[in-house]
Design a protein. Structure first.
Length: 666
């Protein structure tokens, strides 16, 4: 046995190379139910693409160094690995460093074999049934978009949360959560937790290469492995050093993990954005498509003032225009040219001036990812140079066909193909800067880059900047910083926005256009909101029509999400949903009244107060002067009385009618 001890954790690897102990000194709980596998290597050779090497039973040499008073180190060295019925000439070194409160693991591989090592899967917390004896009390805080709660993972088919069809993976052996960062995952950490304790797992990856957060459930033993996958992609003669992976047991729930991650990301230089004042006061926008995919015009430029006036009546002072360009929505991108059919540049400028005269703002849509093969940009040759090239040597399609009353385009034809651009392409960055310049020259207040955080596909085009395919997004945050700096250079109140919530990109964005956030028992919006309380994001998918509109508006209100009014798939106006519009006016007046907390303050979730009614949803906010407000929502169909007590003992009481909200301050 090889054991490291800190103040919070005892970690043991047995003589077979399995994880034998992961003991939380804070709660006096041993988490390992069955000794668990420590790692897995995946390599390719010839036509075989995913050949595994397993850790169990490999020969290794281990050494523990306790010479440092602050740290203990366990180094495990494997020289030659048994796999595929032979010894493979690979050197693998694992270095475990135990600090007071955490275990940090780094991995080193020297490939001397005629193979290509594609991925390294680390499971330093492996063989877990439950945290405190009852797996039904455990959950995983998973950073998909703003956050999801995966209940009792040791007893759950995890593949249903990961988007796999049955039998796409080896689900007769194990089911898994596997997602890439930066992409569908907004952060590169997760937490296995219950109300009293948990394990933080973080990929402390400052290089921004693509990593995969990975949780496996063994289907035969009902144990889970908490892992992080990294991608060496090394051939014979190449060496690889991993980014650190951190495991930290803690008392308390996932909030403890959020604090660990926030402290780490700030140590890398991450800073929250300094938004223009109008962004800090931003309550939402009306998002409309002027010209549709099939060429029909919903509104021309001369009708923008009417659209704005309707939105302003409901307390919405920003209009977000899609399909504003000649090609229409999702056509001819990135050829962004004002459309003469909709009134030309003069009419568009007049509309923008009108909105400004009313104190409003105008934002234009750009796509950060999509290239239409029929666009002049693509035909010029620049488009082909800018696109991601897949493992298969082809461009990656992203196909959409939006339709109107007809069927022949949607049913009788395949989706209209567009291709995904690579952020590692210098040509693409130049086009994105040029597109922003064109929009700002029209006088708008900001631009939004759609699909800004799309899946970080590996790119195999060696004309791009990335040194390995999994580094395709490694410089993306710097590209966004350059776009941010250019937009701000056009005026201190000019704004830059993007679709998706991703921490390293959001530091350069004034607003992030979120993914679906409709109420769901497995939503954990608090995860991202609490970790990054300064960031501003929208409530996408919550303003489409009047179905459950009070629930959607109130839900967004308590979580601090700004209103993304996308009525009838961006083809409607506030006058089409008069009940929602009236309620939106009411709720925006409340936000204005408490703007120092709800708009300009910090989201602090459940901190600073206690509440006597578990049916009522309550979230706290801190103003810059340190004072606190608590937003309360009664999602039930019965009146609910409540008593909120602040941490200094002040109590405020009230009664909430069904599906209503209120705010109390301390």
């Amino acid at each position: 046995m090889y054991t490291l001890k800190g103040d919070h954790l005892k970690f043991t690897v047995d003589k077979l190379g399995n994880v034998a102990s992961f003991y939380n000194f804070l709660t006096k709980h041993e988490y390992i139910h069955i000794p668990g596998v420590l790692w897995r290597i995946i390599y390719k050779e010839g036509e075989r693409m995913e050949i595994p090497i397993y850790s169990t039973g490999q020969r290794f040499v281990a050494q523990i160094d306790t010479s440092s008073a602050d740290q203990q180190t366990l180094t495990i060295v494997y020289e030659g690995l048994q796999g595929d019925d032979r010894v493979i000439d690979i050197s693998l070194t694992l270095r475990f460093v135990m600090d007071v409160d955490r275990l940090t693991v780094k991995s080193f591989i020297d490939n001397r074999e005629e193979i290509e090592i594609m991925e390294f899967q680390l499971f330093a917390a492996s063989g877990i049934r439950s945290l405190s004896g009852n797996p039904e009390q455990d959950a995983i805080a998973w950073p998909q978009d703003l956050g999801r709660r995966i209940p009792h993972p040791a007893l759950t088919d995890l593949s249903k949360y990961a988007g796999f069809r049955k039998y796409e993976r080896r689900d007769e052996i194990h089911t898994a959560l596997s997602e890439l960062y930066p992409g569908r995952l907004s952060m590169q950490w997760y937490d296995l937790y219950n109300e009293n304790e948990g394990i933080y797992v973080g990929a402390h990856n400052a290089s921004h290469q693509t990593v995969c957060l990975h949780v496996e459930r063994d289907t035969k033993t009902n144990i889970i492995r908490l892992g992080v996958i990294q991608y060496p992609i090394i051939k014979k003669g190449e060496k690889w050093e991993s980014e650190p992976v951190v495991y930290a047991p803690h008392s308390g729930d996932w909030h403890a993990g959020a604090k660990i991650y926030r402290e780490w990301i700030e140590s890398t230089g991450w800073k929250p954005p300094k938004q223009p004042e109008w962004i800090r006061q931003f309550k939402g926008w009306l998002r409309v498509i002027l010209k549709q995919h099939h060429g029909e015009v919903n509104w021309d430029y001369s009708q923008i003032p009417l659209l704005y006036d309707e939105a302003a009546e409901s307390g919405i002072d920003t209009i977000f225009l899609l399909g504003w360009e000649k090609g229409g929505f999702a056509r001819m991108w990135p050829d962004y040219i004002v459309d003469e059919r909709m009134g030309g540049e003069e009419e568009l400028r007049k509309a923008i001036d009108y909105v400004h005269s009313r104190g409003g703002r105008v934002v234009l849509f750009l796509s950060y990812a999509l290239i239409d093969r029929q666009s002049e940009f693509y035909k010029s040759g620049k488009g082909e140079e800018a696109t991601i090239k897949s493992l298969w040597g082809t461009e990656i399609p992203f196909s959409e066909t939006y339709c109107g009353e007809g069927t022949w385009r949607k049913k009788g034809s395949p989706p209209m193909p567009m291709f995904l651009a690579c952020s590692g392409s210098t040509v693409w960055q130049e086009k994105m800067l040029e597109s922003a310049r064109y929009c700002l020259d029209l006088g708008v207040d900001g631009v939004l880059y759609d699909l800004g955080g799309i899946t970080p596909y590996f790119c195999y085009d060696d004309r791009h900047e990335h040194k390995k395919p999994n580094y395709s997004c490694a410089t993306k945050d710097l590209k966004y910083k350059a776009l941010h700096d250019y937009v701000r250079s056009r005026g201190s109140d000019k704004a830059i926005m993007m679709e998706h919530n991703i921490d390293i990109f959001a530091q350069h964005m004034d607003i992030s256009q979120g993914s679906t956030t409709k109420p769901n028992p497995n939503n954990l919006l608090e995860l991202y909101r609490y970790t990054f309380p300064e960031l501003i994001m929208t409530n996408r998918e919550c303003g489409q029509d009047e179905e459950n509109y009070k629930q959607l508006a109130n839900y967004s209100f308590v979580y601090g999400l700004r209103y993304d009014m996308t009525i009838f798939r961006c083809c409607g106006t506030l006058s089409d949903i008069p009940n929602y519009a009236a309620y939106l006016k009411h709720i925006n007046e409340i936000r204005s009244k408490y703007s120092d907390y709800l708009l300009k303050g910090r989201f602090t979730d459940n901190e600073g107060f206690t509440l006597d009614n578990t049916i009522v949803v309550a979230k706290s906010y801190r103003a810059e002067d340190g004072s606190m407000a608590v937003a309360l929502w009664n999602p039930s169909d019965e009146p609910q009385s409540f008593a909120v007590q602040s941490e200094d003992g002040i109590t405020k009481t009230g009664k909430l009618q069904p599906e209503s909200i209120t705010v109390v301050t301390f």
